[in-house]
Unconditional design. Structure first.
Length: 341
């Protein structure tokens, strides 16, 4: 696929007023989510839940793409339509998580490196054939005593860049996801410093691996204080710190930045996104790629019961609509109740 095609897909992923649903929870993670609503995690229950989300009428107005897990991209809707085809008919792109998870990094106690490069070229080709048009790889960092180390930053950045180059070779737009865990007592200033260091090295590696920056989407953490920090920053400060960090380290060639929610509540994640877009215009689109922050209300409404499907879809559509507004800096908390009716 040409760079122009990748550019077109990347721009569609961060189209105005739209964002990405991260429905790529592995079987272990989705089990934890289902445990909270007393639903057994089986292949069929997972398929039914994803079917509910993917078939929500009207979601395509606010959702540009969906990231899937390997199991999910091979599943079908209740009427037999393959999930990628179901989404494509609505104008929604299919994405696929391709990393092998975070593993302990040798000689760096407490730090992780993402596995999955072995056999990746062949897997990417298969996923393209199954209907995927973008991919995702997550690099996980913690802030702590001596962390993230230069070793961990370099190792993860190199893996991200290798993955991105292979994805583009296969015709898939790579989502490049350097995440800093919110866990810990670190301040917002320390988060800004760490994320800046990480992004700087990530883009050096992307250039070294000859990745076309116009054909990627960046999915970073927001700049926030750690969840255990006694001084939590206001929404406005976090937005300003995040935008400033992006301006310092993310080239304007990148079409868009789709932030992860990182464990934030639904409304807080929306407020953060809205505050950042209100500071615009920006060199790139500021979008979202949320998992729990798009699904939590829907999951609680569903409870694994078919008769609750309509209520769950309404909850998901409402959350997508709120984030669609936040993409334009037009979200207001009062709209939560007003537009939920």
């Amino acid at each position: 696929m040409t760079e122009q095609n990748l550019d077109t897909i990347a721009q569609a992923m961060v189209a105005d007023g739209k964002g990405i649903l991260a429905a790529d929870e592995g079987t272990g993670t989705i089990k934890k989510r289902f445990d909270t609503i007393d639903v057994e995690s089986t292949e069929e229950s997972r398929r039914s839940y994803r079917d509910l989300l993917f078939s929500t009428a009207g979601a395509a107005e606010f959702i540009s793409g969906v990231i899937m897990f390997d199991e999910t991209i091979r599943q079908s809707s209740a009427d037999g339509t393959a999930f990628p085809e179901l989404l494509s008919r609505q104008g929604i792109l299919t994405g696929i998580k391709v990393d092998g998870g975070a593993k302990p990094l040798a000689a760096c106690p407490g730090e992780l490196v993402t596995a999955g490069l072995d056999g990746l070229r062949e897997r990417l080709t298969e996923y393209f054939g199954l209907g995927a048009r973008f991919a995702k790889w997550r690099a996980l960092h913690m802030i702590g005593d001596g962390m993230p180390s230069r070793t961990a930053i370099a190792a993860n950045a190199h893996a991200l860049a290798r993955y991105a180059a292979l994805s583009q070779e296969a015709g898939l737009v790579p989502i490049v996801e350097p995440e800093i865990l919110m866990d810990g007592p670190h301040t917002i200033e320390r988060c800004r410093e760490a994320l800046g260091e990480i992004l700087s090295v990530v883009f050096q590696e992307l250039r070294l691996q000859r990745v076309c920056l116009e054909g990627i989407v960046l999915k970073p953490s927001m700049v926030t204080a750690g969840s255990a920090c006694p001084q939590q920053a206001a929404i406005a400060q976090a937005a300003e710190e995040t935008v400033q960090t992006m301006r310092r380290h993310v080239p304007a060639a990148v079409p868009g930045i789709a932030f992860l929610s990182g464990g934030q509540s639904e409304e807080v994640a929306t407020e953060h996104l809205n505050a950042m877009n209100a500071l615009g215009p920006h060199p790139w689109q500021l979008s979202f790629s949320y998992g729990r922050a798009l699904q939590q209300s829907a999951l609680q409404a569903w409870l694994g019961k078919p008769e609750n499907a309509a209520a769950a879809q309404a909850a998901y559509l409402h959350r997508a609509r709120m984030n669609g507004l936040a993409r334009r800096g037009a979200y207001q908390p009062d709209l939560e109740k007003e537009l939920a009716a």
